[in-house]
Design a protein around this ligand. Structure first.
Ligand SMILES: CCCCCCCCCCCCCC(=O)SCCNC(=O)CCNC(=O)[C@H](O)C(C)(C)COP(=O)(O)OP(=O)(O)OC[C@H]1O[C@@H](n2cnc3c(N)ncnc32)[C@H](O)[C@@H]1OP(=O)(O)O
Length: 191
């Protein structure tokens, strides 16, 4: 098995502030795509809602909310663990996007600290702990039923800044064209 490099914040990493054009503290973070499993208002989606929050050190930070629904069970009456990881992917991806775009998840670790009953609400937080070149080191926490409720999960992740070509080469051409990307541009990226 290939060992993954560490998620530990390197000493040379710098504070990652919000981009000047990013939403301000208190503002809602817009849905980033109408088909996103994490943030769009889809029947089968997580339907996370997120807001920009303040951070003592001036780093990019957000708060998010997710109501746990019947169809999200793993063990009876409890949230499927993979959905907490998916929720962290969305929250941490959204906080990274306040700093720079586009980025993709390279590595994401979740610690499951307590069961999450269906019908409760998760309050999640995400913060960009530092940046070093293309690498953005982020962390998150999930609280049960209140923004300062018991911690039920924590996460650490590494996101990498990529070029638009990443999507031009890898997304389905029909989805890119539906977004208005010209077919020649897609062909050129794949040549
Ligand atoms: C026009 C089109 C519209 C598009 C709309 C946009 C919407 C956007 C919506 C976006 C929502 C999207 C959100 C989602 O849903 S993202 C969905 C899930 N993520 C992915 O699909 C990403 C898949 N992976 C890749 O594409 C590549 O592996 C990436 C791009 C991540 C790296 O491949 P690349 O060739 O670029 O990089 P590199 O291999 O030279 O490595 C560079 C450095 O990084 C370090 N490293 C790498 N991997 C790991 C790891 N696992 N752990 C720790 N470290 C790792 C590596 O050691 C090296 O370090 P160093 O040696 O430099 O120190």
């Amino acid at each position: 098995m290939v060992a993954s490099p560490s998620l530990e914040l390197p000493a040379e990493a710098t504070v990652a502030e919000r981009h000047e054009k990013a939403p301000a503290v208190g503002e809602r973070i817009p849905v980033h795509s109408a088909v996103c499993f994490g943030c769009a208002d889809l029947p089968h989606g997580l339907r996370l809602e997120s807001w920009v929050t303040d951070d003592e050190a001036g780093a990019a930070a957000i708060s998010s909310r997710m109501v746990l629904r019947e169809e999200q069970q793993g063990a009876p009456g409890l949230l499927h663990g993979g959905l907490l990881t998916a929720a962290f992917d969305e929250v941490l991806g959204s906080v990274v996007a306040l700093v720079t775009r586009p980025c993709v998840t390279a590595r994401l670790e979740t610690d499951f600290r307590a069961p999450m009953p269906i019908g409760s609400t998760l309050w999640l937080r995400g913060r960009v702990d530092g940046r070093l070149g293309r690498k953005l080191y982020v962390s998150g926490r999930a609280h049960l039923d209140a923004p300062d409720g018991p911690v039920v999960g924590t996460a650490s992740a590494l996101f990498l800044k990529v070029e638009m070509d990443h999507f031009l080469r890898n997304s389905r051409p029909e989805d890119l064209e539906a977004l208005g990307v010209p077919a020649e541009r897609i062909r050129a990226a794949r040549a």
